[in-house]
Design a protein around this ligand. Structure first.
Ligand code: FES
Length: 102
């Protein structure tokens, strides 16, 4: 199980929404979706707003600052002004914990 680290308890996630979690100095956003849990860096790569304060729907997170949007499954930008993929991490659920590989 090399590289997997506990991030946050599944019970602590807001269902169907985005929850902030810290891994050391990293601020991460954890997305609870119908097809599983996904994790990205919390800060938008357009202007640094926290995606944890954004609007989450299905698999798309919309940034609260300029309404850029990303697909949380692969990080791809889906709406301007977001143009670069956001950083996403491999994630899984084990023993009631969300784990990430960084
Ligand atoms: Fe997120 Fe501008 S800071 S779209």
């Amino acid at each position: 199980d090399a590289g997997w680290q506990d991030l946050i308890a599944v019970d602590a996630l807001e269902q169907g929404w985005v929850t902030e979690a810290n891994l050391g100095p990293r601020r991460l956003a954890v997305y609870d979706t119908p097809t599983g849990v996904h994790v990205s860096l919390a800060l938008c790569n357009h202007g640094g707003a926290s995606l944890c304060d954004g609007y989450f729907d299905g698999h798309v997170i919309e940034c609260p600052l300029h309404q850029g949007a990303f697909d949380v499954r692969d990080g791809q930008p889906v709406s301007a002004p977001a143009t670069r993929p956001m950083k996403v991490f491999e994630a899984r659920v084990k023993n009631g914990m969300v784990q990430v590989r960084v």
